[in-house]
Design a protein. Structure first.
Length: 161
């Protein structure tokens, strides 16, 4: 961070920190931090700009599940699309840390792929989290553990076999 922060100027990255296991454990993590947005002053950048700037700083971006035009969808059609996407397993191999059984993804974020101003954020982004996602008995900060990277797992194969 100390080497990077002075190169950013007014550019701010926003991302998901996956360092700790919470309600889901991801079995196929390659990084602990994935960028999902970037902002310069009062402007949220387009997805194309986010991926461009993230790549300049060698930061991974969150996986894109679907890039689609939704302006002509009804609310019901959009709801079905989001719920169907959320029923899939995570690209990072999600499992319930208590049972070690595979589970669906935590949820997903939908955003306008174009740039928009800070004041327009609420009209351009929403997050869907599956019902029953948070199932911890106590706050995760009391019993957390570090998430393992894919290459730290016994069943990992360097050649993909």
């Amino acid at each position: 961070w100390s080497r990077l922060k002075n190169d950013l100027g007014d550019l701010e990255f926003f991302g998901e920190n996956l360092y700790a296991v919470h309600s889901i454990e991801y079995m196929q993590l390659e990084h602990y931090y994935y960028v999902f947005a970037a902002r310069i002053k009062n402007q949220w950048l387009s997805w194309e700009e986010v991926t461009f700037y993230a790549s300049l700083f060698d930061l991974p971006t969150v996986p894109v599940l679907k890039l689609d035009m939704v302006k002509d969808l009804t609310e019901l059609e959009l709801r079905r699309l989001v719920e169907n996407l959320a029923m899939q397993s995570s690209i990072f191999g999600s499992v319930d840390p208590k049972t070690e059984e595979a589970c669906t993804m935590e949820g997903l974020v939908c955003r306008n792929a174009d740039a928009y101003t800070l004041s327009e954020f609420q009209h351009n982004v929403f997050k869907y989290v599956r019902k029953g996602h948070v199932q911890t008995d106590e706050h995760w900060t009391k019993s957390w553990r570090r998430a393992k990277m894919i290459w730290e797992r016994r069943d990992y194969s360097w050649n993909g076999q």
